[in-house]
Design a protein around this ligand. Sequence first.
Ligand code: C2E
Ligand code: CA
Ligand code: CA
Ligand code: CA
Length: 276
Amino acid sequence: RNARDILKNELREVLAKGTSSTPGLQSDPIATKPDFGSLEVYYQTVHRAEGGYPASGAEALVRWRHSQRGLLTPASFIPVAEEGGLIDALGFWVLREACRTACKWPEHTFVAVNVSPAQLRRPNFAEEVFAVLEESGLPPSRLELELTESSLIEDNSDVYSVLQSLRSQGIQISLDDFGTGFSCLSHLMRFDIDRIKIDRSFVSLLGTKANGAAIIGAIVALSRNLGISTTAEGVETEYQRDFLAALGCTDLQGYFFSKPVPLRELDCFREAESAA
Ligand code: C2E
Ligand code: CA
Ligand code: CA
Ligand code: CA
């Protein structure tokens, strides 16, 4: 067996332990067999580009604290989960954690959760998300689901109706890693989306000789005309922050503001949390 298969089986056990005991709601993070560690959700804040850059919400980013391999980032196990049919269980665990957590944040803030293409293909995906929201008590308008172009490229009318259904309840839909795929814009625009996340690869061009500013400016102008919010990802410098704010991006996210941190280190929403 290769390393991938081993990881897959370990992840299966981690998920089984965390999801089998109580059907429905779990109150604890996934506690696992000591050998394999446990899953944990990190949060990276997203900041308004106006008014002194207050945090408008945060993105949930999963980690696997593996007892032998250390802290694993999603790149090393999300593909394994997708390939092994485990992404639904993993995705719903993250969604539940994120919704429960965001309930305690200030009222106007959102939590963003990444959704794999396979999850979106579940015919009952929308109903399952509604159930998680109801369990947690988080208002739908405070949940943002981040989809990638690859979720939308297959000409799939089911995906279309799932998205319609999610949006009809007020859930926000954002298009992640915008500009990295190959889909044509008019195709993407068939889907009603609330936000575009401009990929870090464009942001990193700012201040270099390449035409990053022109590309981002065009994306922002187009989005504005369509009434779509824009978040620039991977903001690492003050220069980038100021430039992107001047270009009219609505929100900014990146190491300049904060790296993804475990919940206990997420300080900016805490005051409201303890006051509540
Ligand atoms: P993403 O959705 O594009 O998330 C942003 C990634 O960029 C995160 O990597 C984050 O740590 C990193 N990042 C944020 N700001 C900066 C910056 O200023 N500079 C640089 N160099 N990097 C920055 P991470 O946490 O390793 O996640 C990687 C990808 O894994 C995510 O990319 C997302 O596609 C996927 N992922 C994470 N959590 C989940 C999940 O719960 N479900 C699914 N399906 N995918 C997930
Ligand atoms: Ca994302
Ligand atoms: Ca992204
Ligand atoms: Ca990315």
